[in-house]
Design a protein around this ligand. Structure first.
Ligand SMILES: CC(C)(COP(=O)(O)OP(=O)(O)OC[C@H]1O[C@@H](n2cnc3c(N)ncnc32)[C@H](O)[C@@H]1OP(=O)(O)O)[C@@H](O)C(=O)NCCC(=O)NCCS
Length: 185
């Protein structure tokens, strides 16, 4: 689906545009993903080398898949026409899980602590609820204090901890499972 666009004022006064990605954004998003991976791969799913072989065409295909999905989406954040953040809300494919989604996100270091992460999460949760995705889960590495603080500030509750699920520099790290269900559900 295509989430509606939204603007958010950052703490430094600049304006960030939150919007769906289109296939023409692929080259910029590949650059963004490579930078994000270099900066933050220990908190994410793949090492930087994973993105060396990512082509613009492959990224355009990912964007198209999200755009054609009936409910999930890829939301991107742009400051001065540079991609600086992204968030995916991936709907579960099974019918009985039709109200459930998984959230993943990342923002470049140069715009951290500007309120962008919180704005992205709030916008994504609102857009998800609009299409019936109200039960949102995520996994976050146990050492990732900034992300944990962000998620808890947005109403996510820690459900438990998965042991030794990410191998980083030869050590196996834990991940917390978080879930958010709106009040009244
Ligand atoms: C986690 C992340 C998305 C936060 O983005 P951000 O734009 O810096 O977050 P915000 O500025 O909106 O901060 C929102 C709240 O999160 C918490 N927070 C964010 N960064 C924090 C930090 N470094 N230390 C402590 N709390 C932090 C605070 O409660 C903050 O509210 P406050 O600024 O009013 O105190 C960003 O650090 C990031 O992309 N990190 C690398 C990738 C990653 O970890 N992705 C998540 C994987 S599960």
């Amino acid at each position: 689906m295509t989430p509606v666009a939204s603007e958010v004022r950052l703490r430094d006064g600049r304006v960030a545009l939150l919007r769906a990605a289109s296939p023409e954004d692929a080259p910029q998003l590949v650059t963004f993903l490579r930078t994000l991976a270099r900066e933050s791969w220990r908190k994410l799913g793949n090492p930087p080398s994973h993105f060396d072989t990512l082509t613009d065409e492959a990224e355009a295909a990912v964007i198209t898949t999200y755009a054609r999905a009936p409910r999930g989406f890829l939301l991107t954040a742009w400051v001065e026409e540079e991609a600086v953040g992204s968030l995916t809300l991936s709907a579960r494919p099974q019918k009985l899980n039709a109200h459930c989604a998984d959230l993943g996100m990342g923002i470049l270091c140069k715009v951290h602590r500007q309120g962008l992460g919180a704005a992205l999460v709030r916008h994504a949760l609102a857009e998800g609820e609009r299409v019936g995705l109200w039960n949102v889960s995520l996994r976050v590495r146990a050492h990732n204090a900034p992300a944990i603080a962000l998620y808890e500030s947005q109403g996510f509750i820690r459900i438990g901890t998965l042991r030794a699920v990410a191998e980083i520099d030869g050590a196996f790290e834990d991940e917390h499972v978080y879930q958010r269900i709106p009040a009244g559900r």
